[in-house]
Design a protein around this ligand. Sequence first.
Ligand SMILES: [Zn+2]
Length: 374
Amino acid sequence: MVILAASLLAINPVNAAQTCKFVGETKGVDGKQSACVRVNGNYQLINYPKKKVNQLSNYEKTKLKAYQEIRNAISKKPLQNIQLRYFISENLSSELKKEFIQKTEIASQLYDQFFTQPEIVNVYFQTSKDQAFIRNHPIMGKDASFFDQWFKEWNSGKSTGDLIGLIAKYTEFDGKAQGHTGVLLSAKSSKATFGMYTQQVVAHEYFHVIQDRYKYQRDKEGYEISPTGFDLYYPPMFREGSANTIATAVSMKSFEDYLLFYQIFISQNTGTWSPKILNEQTSTKKVIDTLKQIEYSKRFPDAHWAAYPIGSLVFEWFIAEYGFETYKKLIFNQEKEIPFEENLKQAAGINLDQLYAKAAPHVLAGFKGSKRTT
Ligand SMILES: [Zn+2]
């Protein structure tokens, strides 16, 4: 048998005649997707064929472990605590409605264990034609101006590839604390206009509700006005990065799609159009330096952005190494109102420097294996 190098096995361009138009565009059914990358100006579809475990690279083995840890924690029983309340726009296509509900339901099967009593989670799927609903909503209305620019874009027929977070909050509503999660999109969007990254947005926003439930009391007190205030407790790599880790595992229908998702995600965040810092992940030392640099989102302009791809790899490694139960402790410990480093010590017995040093080789492998968008 001929043994191919792991990098050759990892990415197989499918039928050369089959072209694609934008990075992240997907073809095929969920679970067996191909997705589009752009290398030297050429658009190309790639996919990950099914492989035996012993054919996986070390990087892929770590990913498999994390993926299985999270997937195995998805309950098959009826929901015990979460009560979903949907607010779905009539302007949303039936195809996307079905998809978003399905993503919400599978996420609920995982997130239910984070609740200890019955609680309401309001779920909003709204479109560019639903400005009035958003503006008149008692919670969303307050931040509605944030979406002005988006509505402008959508009204001129642009940005049909974007699925954005509409709300992700755990806050008082009807006199009781409830979850609120939702997404917003152009009424002209369809599965065909969306890139692969959007496939985790519904579960991602929803996961912020889980995180926020455990910092609810702290949120009420407020945070010191300093560059470190909020991030000292919930650094962006934990908040955004781990929301990505969880949402991606719960949203993908096969491990092959999961590998493909990460390839697309990191390819979109490296190359010609990406911040310098994301193109500089070339050694474990540089990864460690970057992890320190992005601890606080206000430290430099790209810190928050960088926290998504880098943080999602850090917590993927963390869950592979310590298990989903230990990750859950990080979420629960937020209630103790302790800085993240203290939380990490209590949950996993390591400090931040140890986390960075241990996770760095995995982060590096993810970036080194990226196709890069050029
Ligand atoms: Zn987020």
